[in-house]
Design a protein around this ligand. Structure first.
Ligand SMILES: Nc1ncnc2c1ncn2[C@@H]1O[C@H](COP(=O)(O)OP(=O)(O)OP(=O)(O)O)[C@@H](O)[C@H]1O
Ligand SMILES: O=C(O)[C@@H](O)C(=O)CO
Length: 420
């Protein structure tokens, strides 16, 4: 028997985010880093999540990678495809959400697909087509200062219309609240009007579950991870009990926290972590000036007490990020920091670190790729959208990939209290 649901995620943290929701809702789920290799073991999975690093790559590359993932997922029986993007609709001026959705819907001959990044438990809601982060419109939230995908508008219909070749509709909250029949009618009208996509409002989880029921049978679904909570039921699968939370034993594995995310949430979490544990800041100028940053950081980490995590971060506030970007270019500044953190991760693992917490989607992509991880199994949830995972490899590592904006101020402390 093949898999039921195939997920194409545009970054690695987003992939673990949706995988943990599918697991919680009862789906046996495996996550592949990149398009699975021929030997990738699907076991008896109901869902496979393919984690790509396609959020900020050139459009053609993102489309090609996503189509490769689609080919693999369909060959393995996927009945429905979910394109997972960020709950803050992170995209560049050229995409990549629209062009990838267009390519997937063309390949699937999908007449309609919803667009719904809402994740109410993490404060992301869609109201009259506008995306909110907490009480702020997306464009007023800290996402306006994101180093790679600054989001300076909030109207999802026009954001999607700019990126896609197709016309876009909106199913507002009153229709969503009116229930399944009203939503199905609205979708039918959108198809008749020739709209390929419908942005759906969603303010709380019940809305997402209703939309989930309404997309039963859609070949393509697009959205944030929370929209996936309603999908397993369409395949006759019901939720499982959440994994038990236990304290880790006193013999904790050697642990490192690596942060490249510059989000307000990560910087707040780092403020606490650096007050608790040995920490070291990575300076972008030092990297640019070819100082031996990786070697120096590794030897510093080796000299720290083994029983405590080490905290290594490049994260900076918006003013400093802006200065760095003016000096080196946004892409180059990001790439220099990502490569450096990835090389540090490789060295740490070689030196015996076996538990890694990584903050930031691009950063996680760089770290996990450098460690040549091929897949992850999903464990206990630390915070909504952030599970512990174990690498599928001969020497398994415990890894948590935290989306920049996820988790409360005590995220890192909580994570270390929860067993994988
Ligand atoms: N001091 C710095 N100056 C400039 N860029 C930086 C600096 N520190 C980190 N960066 C870059 O900022 C980017 C942060 O993106 P990343 O996806 O890792 O975090 P995020 O966007 O907060 O997380 P998510 O995508 O999960 O929301 C990375 O490319 C990182 O290398
Ligand atoms: O949807 C989210 O916010 C996250 O899963 C993510 O994609 C951040 O990179």
């Amino acid at each position: 028997m093949g898999i039921l649901l195939g997920v194409i995620a545009d970054d690695f943290t987003g992939a673990t985010d949706i995988a943990s929701i599918l697991v919680r809702e009862g789906m046996r789920t495996v996550m592949s880093i990149g398009v699975p290799a021929p030997a990738f073991d699907v076991h008896d999975a109901d869902a496979v999540v393919v984690a790509l690093k396609s959020r900020t790559t050139p459009v053609a590359e993102a489309v090609a990678q996503s189509l490769d993932a689609l080919t693999w997922l369909r060959a393995h029986g996927a009945e429905q495809i979910f394109l997972k993007y960020c709950s803050t609709f992170d995209s560049t001026a050229k995409g990549n959400i629209g062009p990838v959705a267009d390519a997937l819907s063309d390949a699937l001959d999908a007449k309609i697909a919803v667009v719904c990044p809402a994740f109410p438990k993490n404060g992301r809601t869609v109201f009259n087509g506008h995306l909110f982060v907490g009480r702020q419109l997306l464009q007023d939230s800290p996402m306006k200062d994101h180093p790679l995908t600054p989001m300076r508008r909030s109207d999802l219909v026009s954001l999607m219309a700019e990126q896609s070749a197709h016309s876009i509709g909106l199913v507002p909250h009153d229709v969503i609240s009116a229930g399944d029949a009203a939503i199905a009618d609205a979708f039918g009208r959108s198809v008749e009007a020739g709209q390929r996509y419908v942005v759906t409002d969603a303010i709380h989880d019940d809305h997402l579950r209703a939309i989930g029921r309404a997309v039963c049978g859609h070949k393509l679904v697009t959205g944030g991870s929370a929209l996936a909570m309603g999908l397993p039921a369409n395949f006759g699968i019901s939720p499982r009990k959440p994994a038990e939370r236990e304290s880790t034993s006193s013999a904790s594995p050697r642990t490192a926290i690596l942060a490249g995310s510059c989000s307000a949430a990560t910087r707040q979490q780092l403020a606490r972590a650096t007050a608790l544990w040995p920490s070291r800041r990575i300076d972008l100028d030092a990297i640019a000036n070819k100082r031996p940053v990786v070697e120096e950081t590794l030897s510093w980490a080796q000299s720290q007490p083994a029983g405590q995590p080490v905290v290594i971060y490049g994260s900076a506030d918006p003013a400093e990020v802006e200065e760095n970007q003016a000096r080196y270019g946004a892409q180059q500044a990001g790439a220099m920091m990502e490569h450096t953190l990835a090389a540090i991760a490789e060295g740490l693992v070689a030196n015996g670190v076996s538990r890694l917490l990584v903050a930031g989607g691009e950063t996680s992509g760089a770290v996990i790729s450098a460690l040549k991880v091929q897949g992850l199994s999903i464990g206990a949830e630390i915070a909504p959208g952030v599970p512990w995972t174990t690498t599928l490899s001969d020497r398994p590592l415990q890894v948590a990939l935290k989306s920049g904006n996820f988790g409360g101020p005590d995220f890192f402390e909580r994570a270390l209290d929860i067993s994988v």
